[in-house]
Design a protein around this ligand. Structure first.
Ligand code: UDP
Ligand code: MG
Length: 136
């Protein structure tokens, strides 16, 4: 049965800074994702704090929000069958050292914090995150 989904992807500052956004977008399109919307923006620290609110009790929260707001990012709505899970698979594990061969984080991630991409972790969060960046 068909299960077309949308998910939110972010190419993080470490990857945009190294001009990897085009190559990362090609990985997604070659894997059959349709990039429905995209924009290159820089967000403020309060916006990053709102986006990552689920992590507000974590020890890495402040550094994470400072980092996500430190430079330009590319935010995209990706569409594909089972897009949420498919994106998590192509991204790889949070820690690039643990990410499987062939994943974006294995290929481009620098460290657990500078891991090149974000992807929604559930269909419900994908809706919230898409709305956060693309409320028309
Ligand atoms: N992060 C970090 N240190 C950690 C765990 C996570 O800096 O010990 C950062 C990392 O950039 C990660 C983000 O916080 O991508 C969100 O963490 P999450 O556990 O949601 O990982 P993800 O869903 O991005 O794989
Ligand atoms: Mg997450």
């Amino acid at each position: 049965m068909s299960n077309l989904e949308q998910t939110l992807s972010i190419i993080k500052p470490d990857a945009v800074e190294r001009n990897l956004d085009r190559e990362i977008k090609e990985i997604f399109t070659h894997k059959g994702f349709n990039i429905v919307k995209e924009k290159k923006i820089q967000i403020t620290k309060p916006e990053a704090e709102q986006f990552y609110k689920v992590h507000e009790t974590k020890p890495f929260y402040n550094d994470l929000c400072a980092y996500l707001s430190s430079g330009p990012i590319v935010v995209m709505i990706l569409e594909k069958e089972n897009a949420v899970l498919a994106n998590r698979e192509i991204m790889g594990a949070t820690n690039p050292k643990e990410a499987k061969e062939g994943t974006i984080r294995k290929k481009f991630g620098i460290s657990i914090d500078k891991n090149s991409v974000h992807g929604s972790d559930s269909v419900d969060n994908a809706k919230i995150e898409i709305n956060f960046f693309f409320k028309d």
